[in-house]
Design a protein around this ligand. Sequence first.
Ligand code: ADP
Ligand code: MG
Ligand code: ZN
Length: 475
Amino acid sequence: MEFETVIGLEIHAQMKTKSKIFCGCSIAFGAPPNTHTCPVCLGMPGSLPVLNRKVVESAIKLGLATDCTLNRDNRFARKNYFYPDLPKGYQISQFDLPICEHGQIDIEVEGQSRKTIGITRIHMEEDAGKLVHDEREPLSYVDLNRAGTPLLEIVSEPDLRSPQEAVAYLKKLHAIVRYLDICDGNMQEGSFRCDANISLRPVGQKELGTRTELKNMNSFRNVQLALEYEIRRQRDLLLEGGKVIQQTLLWDPDRNQTESMRGKEEAHDYRYFPDPDLVPVVLDEAWIEILRQQLPELPDKRRLRFSRDFELGDYDAEILTASRDLADYFEAAYREFGNAKKLSNFIGTELLREYGPEQIGACPVRPVQLARLLLLIEEGKISGKIAKTVFVEMLATGTDPEQIVKAKGLVQMSDEGELIAKVREIIAANPEQLQQYREGKTKVIGFFVGQLMQKTKGQANPQLANKLFLQELNG
Ligand code: ADP
Ligand code: MG
Ligand code: ZN
């Protein structure tokens, strides 16, 4: 029997605000436990929440960027459950009237045509605190610094059909929140995290199969691995005639498997109801317009412009626009060095190997310096191979390429007189290869050029070397 995979993601993105969603406490990561707290986020009786305007602004921006309908009148609701890291006994979230609904984004998976994925809703909510378990003692600590941290939860339609599509969707949303600058996107620190719902159904069947939910995976790779594992597990189960049990699973990255966290029978009834402490959120048209004007060029648009204006392939354009910083970097370097294809190749291999799209800001080589390095190749001053070594040095020290080339004497040897003696020496020292050449094995020219490169530590101009050997061997 053939199965089709169905996946829907719930993503939590932490907003990049100064203060929490309903009080003035800081949301800075890593402060000593319980130092960023006040009566509101500690859930003291009688304290009242006041909504952070910046959170609403961020939600509107994300809603606009993902083609959502903005609910001009939306509401906060209490989601009731008991947990030690939730001092109020309820989480303030949104339920039947979220701020954004019915959106969509496009994804690309290599070898597939572009696909639109529906966004069911985006809502604002507060994060809970954190439990710190001490393994040496039978006790746990509660740190409420994180309680009240603003989150946007983005819920997708069950439109994704493979782990690759799920990761592409996650990456696209990650790029969008980073372009909008509303979330720092740090997955290790949990600023951008995802729960994946996954089920299988026989190909052709309309109704959805029973799903499991994979919790809190903190890297793109873990999402991919966990979903692949869960597909295998569910398929084996179904093929044996078994049933998938609806449950919440945790991905264990060390053991490469999922484990049960809780079953459906323990599922909560959250008894949602409108929060009486908060007035409805009414969105002003003029405000929405101002925010619309402020939207940056988003990844899809920028990718299209890159492939059109710089005549780059889809794949290259996609990579270069994966982050705003990388796309800015490329454009700045392009202004100095006008060959987009060569620039894109160098960035794709040499630069991105060391700095990911999100880390470009920390790269000590400025775009202008990279452009000047590539110009040195164009001008025939250094070979492409030498350029790579120079670049390694630039990455380590931030030094200008000209300075490194000069200090290390790496200038390409493009002078015939300088090379011809070495060419003759090499031919004389290798009679066997010379004989082969005379017998028609013209490929041995590669061997001769290689010898010269070795002798000159890669500094001989390769075109010139070729020409000189041909001239000497045929002369
Ligand atoms: P809950 O509130 O219990 O988490 P939702 O109905 O809101 O459940 O769905 C949460 C996510 O699960 C959504 O992204 C949705 O697309 C996805 N989903 C729902 N049913 C299925 C299913 N049978 N298989 C895969 N994903 C599903
Ligand atoms: Mg869920
Ligand atoms: Zn507080």
